[in-house]
Ligand binder design. Structure first.
Ligand code: Z5A
Ligand code: MG
Length: 212
């Protein structure tokens, strides 16, 4: 490093309302970038493979009840348990394409009525995304897509509140992408933005923390 800015992989996060297309776009983006010879891993939060992730999973499928603050902290803990691996992977030069992150954590819990600033606190110190690709869609449009309403939170009024909290977190790392286009059209936009930020991080960019 020696005074210079660190050369590393990029932390790229996909966010957006339920059924905005995050999971399908993440998969396509990661495989496109790998096909171009980039070192890329595809991650998602919640990471349901850990013990904490399994508690979250049973909460989301409504087989267990949890206090809103308690589930908020579990979602956050699920990111903290992956923090070291996230950082070492980035520092090894591998980029991460991540399906949901702290921004989901804050937007969803605040939409349930928890205090917005309180929701941000446990996320403080986690790596900040280099690029947040926000898949922008009207809740009514998302509701017409497959499987809406299966898990918790998927009501239109709730999604409208989620969208307003997402909006309050926008900063210069966010790119707003119109998600009411074909899968391929959305993917084109994501590819270009992702490639640009990967190039920037490859030539050197400080890894920042949430939330300055
Ligand atoms: N949550 C939280 O509260 N706190 C946290 O910290 C975190 C999460 C990390 C589960 O997340 C819940 O956890 C979530 C937030 C909360 N709330 N709920 N419910 P999840 O990531 O496991 O949610 P999911 O059920 O896997 O997916 P999703 O996010 O709701 O959907 P998506 O990934 O954005 O969309 P998709 O699966 O890619 O596509 C959905 C459907 O739309 C599918 O049928 C596609 O074929 C279709 N689709 C996709 N793109 C298009 C376009 N462009 N046109 C037409 N149709 C499309
Ligand atoms: Mg998804």
């Amino acid at each position: 490093v020696g005074g210079g800015v660190e050369k590393r992989g990029a932390l790229i996060v996909l966010e957006g309302l339920d059924r905005s297309g995050k999971s399908s776009q993440c998969r396509a983006l990661a495989s496109f970038l790998r096909g171009r010879g980039q070192a890329v891993e595809e991650w998602r939060f919640p990471d349901r493979t850990t013990a904490i992730g399994q508690m979250i999973s049973s909460y989301l499928s409504e087989t267990s009840e949890l206090d809103d603050a308690a589930i908020h902290l579990l979602f956050s803990a699920n990111r903290w348990e992956k923090k070291n691996l996230m950082e070492s992977t980035l520092r090894a030069g591998t980029s991460l394409v991540v399906d949901r992150y702290s921004y989901s954590g804050v937007a969803f819990s605040a939409a349930k009525g928890l205090d917005f600033q309180w929701c941000k606190t446990p996320e403080k110190g986690l790596p900040a995304a280099d690029l947040v690709l926000y898949l922008d869609i009207q809740p009514e449009v998302a509701a017409r897509r497959g499987e809406y309403g299966v898990e918790r939170y998927e009501k239109v009024e709730f999604q409208t509140r989620v969208a307003s909290h997402y909006q309050a977190m926008r900063d210069s790392t966010w790119q707003i992408v119109d998600a009411d286009q074909t899968v391929d059209e959305v993917q084109q936009v994501l590819r270009e933005a992702a490639q640009n930020v990967i190039d920037t991080c490859k030539s050197g960019r400080e890894l920042l923390r949430l939330w300055p």
